[in-house]
Design a protein around this ligand. Structure first.
Ligand code: NBP
Length: 476
């Protein structure tokens, strides 16, 4: 065969990736379980480049030049395993299988090990940017071996988004590293969206502002430090008018946020690794609360607010406070996400370059933002930075807003506006910078009821107090 890359799974994402490859001059082999999808792609988009369609998986594999490079873009889970099972017996040693779907990284680790035994490369690859990104340039996060990246990487880099001419694609690390980083990307996306939603809610309650008025605030913010795709999208959505009612569009959208599960995976993994990703967790739980219909029905109008009317004396100063609080909270959420990547990298032996991750998220993906340059620079200054917040740039950026942050979180509490992400981010900030946390008391309690022992501040060793006896201290 002569095709340089193949795509199997030609629903919206695979179709657009295949077109993107073709537009970059690659000869693209095409396959889909249902052949009609393959035919319609060729019929509608022949102008994009050279496609080699096949009805059977065997013909598809035969149409590829060796070592073969096959991108699987089907539903994550059982469908991906089914396609791998059909594909693998047809491949030969050295061929590269790319899973570009949203696989959970433990599945990727399992599949990589299984294919490696057969002499095949399995490259679990995060792809972000939705349909639009798949066609015009996504952010691409490939895992797998460095050897596979040597031949696959240039093709993926060619179709990825570019920022300042730099591709939004790099080799993340072995086996599940790519899908892991994509998962954390999505978790950060949840946190970013929740923070923006809280800022909107504060402006709504504090100023009594309408959706389009708040949209103008976001549009203005998009010209500064907060400049990002999500802020831009927020401004556009808030400015939109519902055609049916003439009301602001967001006012007619039901307030129950759904999820496909990557936020949940991120939080589960944060718990497994013991990394406090409070921003992502609060964002995930906030979606769950929004969907807790029976609880909300039981509480609405019943649980007293006991708040005073909110009269913001200086709207301009208030808006600036919300902006500073949003930025500081965002820095915390990202700092936590990068901690999670570092912890997983150590746990799984991935050796992930966090600065490079921020670099490939600058374009193509949902969290793309100017701000990510600052993160790359922080890890360039210190690749082993223990805390993103402790980088001098971010320390200064947050210090600049910390008083505003406290005013906003306090005002939200006083006026009964729920701000789980703003509030927990500030609590994390105060917790991580504290000289001393009340964990001393927790450890003492644990020693009391469970003889779990404690360490002392004044000398080395492990100790236990005989709480039920004479309360003498024993060295353990
Ligand atoms: P879907 O997730 O809707 O999957 C549809 C594709 O899977 C079709 O090609 C379908 O074939 C194929 N398929 C299924 Br379902 N079961 C199969 C099986 N047992 N054997 C073979 N093929 C099977 O497609 P999508 O929305 O294009 O998403 C593809 C992947 O990309 C998913 O993993 C998704 O999570 C991910 N995704 C990513 C983003 C992003 O922004 N990165 C956005 C959306 C989706 P058929 O045509 O014969 O039914």
């Amino acid at each position: 065969g002569t095709a340089q890359i193949g795509v199997t799974g030609l629903a919206v994402m695979g179709r657009n990736l295949a077109r993107n490859f073709a537009r970059h001059g690659y000869t693209v082999a095409l396959h889909n379980r249902t052949f009609a999808r393959t035919q319609s792609l060729v019929a509608e988009h022949a102008a994009d480049g050279t496609f080699v369609p096949s009805e059977s998986m065997a013909d598809f594999v035969a149409s590829l030049a060796r070592p073969r490079k096959v991108v699987i873009m089907v539903q994550a889970g059982a469908a991906t395993d089914a396609v791998i099972d059909e594909l693998v017996p047809l491949l030969e040693e050295g061929d590269i299988v790319v899973d570009a779907g949203n696989a959970h990284f433990p599945d990727t680790i399992r599949r990589e090990a299984a294919l490696r035994e057969r002499g095949l490369h399995f490259v679990g690859t995060g792809v972000s940017g939705g349909e639009e990104g798949a066609l015009n340039g996504p952010s691409i996060m490939p895992g797998g071996t460095a050897e596979s990246y040597a031949s696959l990487g240039p093709i993926l880099e060619a179709i990825s988004a570019k920022v300042d001419g730099v591709p939004c694609c790099t080799h993340v690390g072995p086996d599940g590293a790519g899908h892991f980083v994509k998962m954390v990307h999505n978790g950060i996306e949840y946190a970013d969206m929740q923070l923006i939603a809280e800022a909107y809610d504060l402006l709504r309650h504090g100023l009594g502002a309408s959706a389009p008025e708040i949209g103008e605030v976001f549009a203005a913010w998009n010209t500064g430090d907060l400049e990002s795709y999500l802020i831009e999208v927020t401004a556009e959505v808030l400015a939109h008018t519902d055609a049916a009612t003439g009301a602001p569009f967001v006012d007619v959208v039901a307030d129950a946020a759904e999820q496909k599960g990557t936020g949940r995976w991120t939080v589960q993994n944060g718990l497994d690794l013991g990394v406090p990703i409070t921003g992502i967790a609060e964002a995930t739980f906030a979606r769950a609360l929004s969907g807790s219909a029976p609880q909300r029905a039981a509480a609405r109008g019943v649980l007293p607010a006991d708040t005073l009317e909110w009269n913001v004396p200086e709207p301009g100063a208030f808006i600036e406070d919300v902006r500073l609080a949003l930025y500081a909270s965002k820095v915390v959420a990202y700092s936590q996400g990068f901690d999670q990547i570092a912890a997983a990298s150590a746990q799984y032996g991935w050796d992930i370059d966090r600065g490079a991750m921020a670099r490939i998220w600058r374009g193509g993906c949902i969290i793309r933002a100017k701000f990510l340059d600052r993160i790359t620079q922080a890890y360039e200054r210190d690749a082993n930075l223990p805390l993103l917040l402790a980088d001098p740039y971010f320390t200064a950026a947050v210090a600049n807003g910390v008083a505003a942050w406290r005013r906003i979180v306090a005002a939200a509490a006083v006026h009964g506006v729920p701000t789980p992400a703003f509030s927990s981010s500030l609590a994390y900030y105060d917790g991580v910078r504290a000289d001393r946390l009340p964990a001393n008391l927790i450890q003492a309690q644990r020693d009391f009821f469970g003889a779990h022992t404690y360490r002392r501040t004044d000398r080395d060793g492990t100790f236990h107090t005989d709480w039920s006896g004479d309360r003498a201290e024993q060295t353990w």
